[in-house]
Structure formats: C-alpha cells, structure tokens
Design a protein around this ligand. Structure first.
Ligand code: ADP
Ligand code: MG
Length: 225
C-alpha cells in the first residue's frame, strides 16, 4: 500500500546541508497500525509530511497506492493527498465558528458533494466517534478529547486509505489520551490503516508495529518486544 525505499531528507540552513532523515525504508500494508517513536527534533513530523505528500524527499523512492509519488505534478499530489490520506494533528485545527458537524462536512464541501449527502456522512461519522450528542456544538463548547474526536471524524469522512496522526494525544491529559487511543484501536479493528507519530512509548504500545527514529534512521521493533 505504501513503500519508502532509501528515502532521504535534508534542509539547507545558511548554505549548509542538514541531513534529517537518511536511508529510510518503510513498508505499510493494508490494515496495519504503525507507531513511529522518536525524541523531539528527530524528524518525525518531517517523515509524516513526506508520507502525507505535503513535502517531497531529497532522494529515494516513495510509492503510495501503486503510484510513484516523485513523478506526480503538484496537482496530482493534491489529488492523491485528498483521496488517500486523512490527517490528524496535535492541535486539532478545527474551524472555531463552525459546528462539529460542519467541520466534519468541510472535506466533503471541497469534494463537491451535495448538502444532504454531506450531512448524512458527517452525522454517521460523528456517531462512530461517539459524538452523536454533540454534533451542533462549537469547538469551544467541547473538551479537548471531544475536539480531537471531531478532528478524527473529519479525517475519516472522505474514507481515506490511511489515517496519519502526528502526536494526536500530545495536547491531551493521560486519561483522555488513552480514550483517543482506544478510538484509534477501534477504527483499526474496523479495517482502517493507521500511522501514528508519538514521542510517548506508552502510547506506541497500542500499535501493532512500532518504529523508532534515531540519528536519521528508522528501525522497527521486533514483534513481542
Ligand atoms: P520532530 O517532529 O521529530 O520533533 P521535525 O521533523 O519537526 O522533528 O524536525 C526535525 C529536524 O528538521 C529539526 O532539526 C528541524 O529543525 C529540522 N527542520 C524541520 N523542518 C524544517 C524546515 N522546513 N527547514 C529547515 N529545517 C527544518
Ligand atoms: Mg513533530
């Protein structure tokens, strides 16, 4: 489903090349629940941005759903991003003046769906994340955990191939973080492929496959460790 081979990423700072990721190999299959662990500044978000086609590698090969990402134009990249990837961030990124339901409908507005169909899909998705009683609330009227549920519903409503989450529990207390993790677990059990980035080993334990980024390299933990 997703395959990275020998991926490198460097940034140029003051004329000097800084290698952030070096020779990254990563294969993700349908139904996988992957956690990527690493200390702050190790390149987790940089990797997530490349997986999500928000940024391009300096070198190496990346294919996503049988397409060679390097060969795609900006327009094709935007299309693959909208179709294949659902993004969830640490800071929820909800629009404050829109209700939970309208936030979830937004990607469907961009996709050009009629209003009735949008409402039906957003309502179903919000019920799936346990927010049937909160659909017409504004983000400011919801707790952090509920806001993250709205963000997850918004990421899922277009039925993406992969759910990509960058520190999704980073802004939540421990108990709420655990509840969000069981939601990801439930979505994975229902068949969704998930890649989650975290710096918290406790959070990573929920995933089926655990990777570590260190010194620019990505290494998978052996199963059962
Ligand atoms: P993490 O998410 O693991 O905390 P990041 O991927 O955000 O780490 O950053 C990894 C390294 O890459 C850091 O040293 C950061 O300063 C550098 N970096 C990230 N994005 C850029 C950029 N656009 N330009 C220059 N350096 C960057
Ligand atoms: Mg980060």
């Amino acid at each position: 489903m997703l395959k990275m081979t020998g991926i490198r990423k460097s940034f140029f700072l003051g004329g000097e090349e800084q290698m952030v990721l070096n020779q990254i190999n990563l294969s993700v299959n349908e139904g996988d629940f992957v956690a990527i662990l690493g200390p702050s500044g190790s390149g987790k978000s940089t990797l997530m941005n490349m997986i999500g086609c928000l940024d391009t590698p300096t070198g190496g090969e990346y294919s996503l759903s049988q397409q060679n990402v390097q060969e795609l134009s900006e327009k094709e990249l935007a299309a693959i991003r909208n179709k294949e990837i659902g993004f969830v961030f640490q800071q929820f990124h909800l629009l404050p003046r829109l209700s939970a339901r309208l936030n979830v409908e937004l990607p469907l507005v961009y996709a050009g769906l009629p209003a009735k169909e949008r409402e039906r899909r957003a309502t179903d998705m919000l019920a799936r994340v346990g927010l049937e009683e909160r659909m017409e609330h504004l983000p400011s009227q919801l707790s952090g955990g509920q806001q993250q549920r709205v963000a997850i519903a918004r990421a899922m409503v277009t039925e993406p191939t992969i759910l990509l989450a960058d520190e999704p529990t980073g802004a939540l207390d421990q108990k709420t973080g655990k509840q969000i993790m069981s939601l990801f677990h439930q979505l994975n059990q229902e068949g969704k492929s998930i890649i989650m980035i975290t710096h918290d080993p406790e959070i990573a334990k929920n995933a089926g496959r655990v990777f570590h980024i260190l010194d620019g390299h990505l290494r998978e933990e052996e199963a059962g460790c």
